[in-house]
Design a protein around this ligand. Structure first.
Ligand SMILES: O=C(O)CCC(=O)C(=O)O
Ligand SMILES: [Fe+2]
Length: 368
């Protein structure tokens, strides 16, 4: 269940049998069943939580001592309190307190000169229009709805990497950034959520309102899951997928000198050309790419060095609630039948049931 439970609050068996896209009603019914019954974490779940060594692991093991209908509420409270404590501790030891301030300012010197007048500021400064932002940034259109532009100065990328490195070097347990990437960290957990809120409000939301004006969520992006992904070994790559977001901002932080690891785009989830090649964005330090969450993408092999990117999965509560209650179709539905043979680069081992069949069909010795 990619994206529904980013905090890994529920054990894996909570989602068993609920399928790919459970409705809110199904989730609520499962929650009621769970609350009525014994503690739903089975031994396998507990192992999963412990093995991941994440920030939720302590709650999971203490939970395993209790049974009864209140466990869910207590666990939620324990988890929220635990997270606040971590953020609080992190704020005290941050290398750059400005990055993790509760009421931060997007400082002009962190941004490329062209965007400073439009993006720098605090939460009270009125956001600029998406059109003005695109023009000022001289955004490069890579394909329909996919743009790339220089955003951060190298100094800002270094500051952010220094926080990520310090967190990694600390003894604090880490949750992986999402269900696909193991390397990296959730920046909201180390005090960066207010700064990411600002980035959402002053940059991502106005750009999305302009670029995706026909989408039902265009004007209502209001929260995010933000993380750093790290690719460290030659051959590290990321399988083709679409994000648990309405729109995604992906910014390369470094480290200067890596090669490979391009961001490859295919069609949109639910569309007839979903698995057709569309574009490749080459990552460069400080450069951002903005795309729809349902735009299929993946990362090519890293050929040398180390690559870390900041990813902001921007979401709309209004859109998600309307889709969950059945007032509008969830993103990418209804699915259109695929018209053309998929491109090999756009196949996903994890997400495509016909992955092996397609590869065999398109192998050089096959009928092609
Ligand atoms: O590695 C990248 O640039 C892409 C990462 C990504 O798509 C994701 O984490 O959702
Ligand atoms: Fe992604």
């Amino acid at each position: 269940m990619h994206g529904v439970d980013d905090a890994y609050f529920c054990g894996g068996s909570f989602w068993d049998g609920l399928g790919d896209r459970p409705t809110l009603r199904q989730i609520a019914e499962r929650a009621v069943e769970t609350l009525r019954g014994p503690l739903p974490l089975d031994e396998a779940d507990r192992e999963r939580w412990r093995g991941r060594g994440g920030r939720g692991a302590a709650q999971a093991s203490s939970l395993s001592q209790h049974r009864g209908p209140l466990w869910c509420r207590l666990a939620a409270e324990a988890q929220a309190a635990g997270k606040l404590r971590v953020v609080d501790e992190y704020r005290r030891m941050a290398r750059c307190p400005d990055l993790v301030a509760p009421a931060p300012v997007l400082r002009a010197e962190w941004l490329v000169p062209a965007l400073r007048p439009l993006v720098a500021g605090d939460a009270h400064a009125p956001p600029s229009s998406g059109e003005a932002l695109l023009r000022a940034a001289r955004a490069e259109p890579l394909a329909d709805g996919i743009v790339a532009f220089d955003l951060f100065e190298p100094r800002f990328c270094e500051l952010l990497l220094a926080e990520a490195d310090a967190d990694e070097a600390s003894l604090a347990p880490h949750d992986p950034p999402n269900t696909m990437n193991r390397g990296g960290l959730i920046v909201n957990e180390i005090g960066l959520e207010p700064l990411m809120d600002l980035l959402l409000r002053r940059l991502i939301a106005p750009l999305a309102a302009h670029l995706y004006s026909a989408e039902p969520f265009a004007a209502s992006l209001d929260h995010h899951h933000s993380f750093v992904v790290a690719y460290r070994h030659r051959g590290d790559e990321l399988d083709m997928h679409h994000d648990a977001s309405e729109a995604t901002l992906n910014v390369c932080l470094g480290r200067e000198g890596f090669t490979g690891g391009g961001l490859r785009f295919c069609g949109r989830f639910g569309g007839e050309a979903h698995r057709r090649n569309v574009a490749v964005a080459d990552h460069a330090v400080g450069r951002a790419t903005l795309h729809l969450g349902r735009q299929r993408h993946g990362a090519d092999d890293l050929t040398s060095g180390e690559r870390l990117n900041l990813i902001v999965w921007a979401r709309s509560s209004a859109f998600r609630a309307a889709a969950a209650y059945g007032y509008i179709a969830p993103d990418g539905y209804p699915k259109e039948p695929e018209q053309a043979r998929p491109d090999l680069e756009c196949l996903s081992l994890a997400n495509d049931d016909d992955y092996h069949e397609q590869r065999a069909r398109q192998a050089p010795s096959g009928e092609g």
